[in-house]
Design a protein around this ligand. Sequence first.
Ligand SMILES: Nc1ncnc2c1ncn2[C@@H]1O[C@H](COP(=O)(O)OP(=O)(O)OP(=O)(O)O)[C@@H](O)[C@H]1O
Length: 312
Amino acid sequence: MTNFTAQVQGVTKRYGETEAVRGVDLTLAPGECVAMVGHNGAGKSSLIKLMLGLTTPTAGSIRVLGGDPASAACSPIRRRIGFLPENVAFHPSMTGRETLDFYARLKGAPCRDNDALFEKVGLEPAAIRRRVSTYSKGMRQRLALAQALLGGPKLLFLDEPTTGLDPALRQSFYAIVAELRDRGTTVLLCSHALTELEGQADRVVVMNRGHKVADGSLATLRSLAQLPVRIRLTLPTGEIDALASRVGEGAALTRLAGGVVELACANDDKVALVRRITCNGPTAPIAVDDIEILQPSLDEMYAHFLRREAAE
Ligand SMILES: Nc1ncnc2c1ncn2[C@@H]1O[C@H](COP(=O)(O)OP(=O)(O)OP(=O)(O)O)[C@@H](O)[C@H]1O
């Protein structure tokens, strides 16, 4: 039997009339990085709060690191969980060091490890001595990540961790997440920035109005969604008509700017289609200057799963 880091079974969370989470099953395995995506109000933060033990389910059960995260007996378990909330609010008049020391004491983590944490998240010694009110958004987010990493968590929840960060900072953020995952930390990451999650997460969970509507690796979601792949060809002038007759009805052809043509076809047909275009046949092969194969993006798959649920 797999020893899951977190196991959510049939969980519903109701706030008065609002069903924030509806009958969700979810497992997180050790060392897995899972991305949870969904529209505003889809229930992502509510699910994280349930797994943190900050709220209790209206129905269903939750086990995290072998216990019920909301029970008083499980405070040692909660010390092994890190959380970077969506909106981080630190006391503006405390310095970076005072802030991290404060949270370390709250969590029962040794303050002597804090210098290593500052280094890991890239906060310079001069910055650590400054008040948080003087920090840029990026510096505050680095401090927030250091706070989430206190005590070396086995399970880390990151709610919209890269919102408002510049591309370089986002990359360094994901590099830290990858390192943690390689060391066996389980990471659950919520984001609206779907494109940047590609390549970061082992699995993607799609939420819609409190429901889980899809759960799998990108490859699994792609094969479930069965969305067309797009083949972009750059062709010399005059080749486009020849291409259209070669392609036939097997793929939809769209002319883009700059002599670029896009073909949309089923994933399983793409190799045969490229052969048909570029190999000898009854007519001469098409001269292709460049070729690019585009798999459906996470954005497109997300939209697909939402449409499918709406249709059902
Ligand atoms: N404490 C609360 N009391 C009442 N309603 C709540 C509470 N917390 C969340 N909700 C409602 O539950 C639903 C799900 O909210 P939640 O914050 O979990 O969504 P989310 O997917 O995290 O959204 P976002 O991406 O905007 O952060 C929303 O309709 C929200 O208004």
